[in-house]
Design a protein around this ligand. Sequence first.
Ligand SMILES: [Zn+2]
Length: 299
Amino acid sequence: MELKVIAVLGRSYCGSSILNLVLGSHSCTFGAGELYRTVMRPDKAYCAICRGHCSVWTPDTIQRLNLDNVYETLAKRTGADTIIDSSKVPGWFSKAMNARTNVEFIPTLLVKHPLRHISSFVANQFFRDESLPHRDAPETRQRLLSFANEQLRKTLQAYTRILDNPTFQPHGPVRILAYESFVADPDSALKPTLNAAGLEFEPRMLEYLKQEHHPVGGNTGAHLQLRLQGKFEKQARHWIEHSNPDRSWRRYYAGTAAAGLNIDDKFRETLREEEVSAILAQVDYQRLCAMLGYQEKIV
Ligand SMILES: [Zn+2]
């Protein structure tokens, strides 16, 4: 049977780590996470859950991986016939699709409401910049807006590059999956992607925190949920307690962990009302909303 790869495209903080866990909880799949790291950045490739001692990602396995064997190696090791590759970066998938004619790719662009998405960049990148004064300092708030505008521009550019990419065309139209739809109704939202891989939604996918996962790379918030459930709970709690509340959102993520799949509305905490208004007035913001079918305002 032909090997299938669900290729998750998008930008950082789009929710791909949670999507990887949910899709990877299907009985026929393996959620590999940011697979490009194993081939292009082996120094940064390790299991986000087990860290050093993983049964799937041994240093020896990672060392032997290349574009010609990566999907087959994982299929053989895990028994899955569909691999979830949440690399997100179009460059990796272009290379993979050009090189691998015997693999069927299902390209899926995961998007999030631009206001929510920008707020994730602000929380996870901007506020973590050690050179910034305190979060409430006027200088910080000023720089925040130009950072937000830059991210809007980059997001628009990235989506255009993904949707117009000729190497993706032979694999069918790139499906756009809205994070909000995925969270509200995973069964219906994931149907087109799963069906393209010849799969049906399984209830166990909603119990993703109870399944075994070995994703490479990904988002701390999503994996913290998982680590708080299992044998890594003690270490996860230690991380949360020792995180700096002014720079890190671990406490926030730990607080929402019990809720499972949830809409990320931390823009209400990261952005002030006048900043939201300034972002809403940006042309790139309005273009993004129109492109993805989102209302400009989140009520
Ligand atoms: Zn692992």
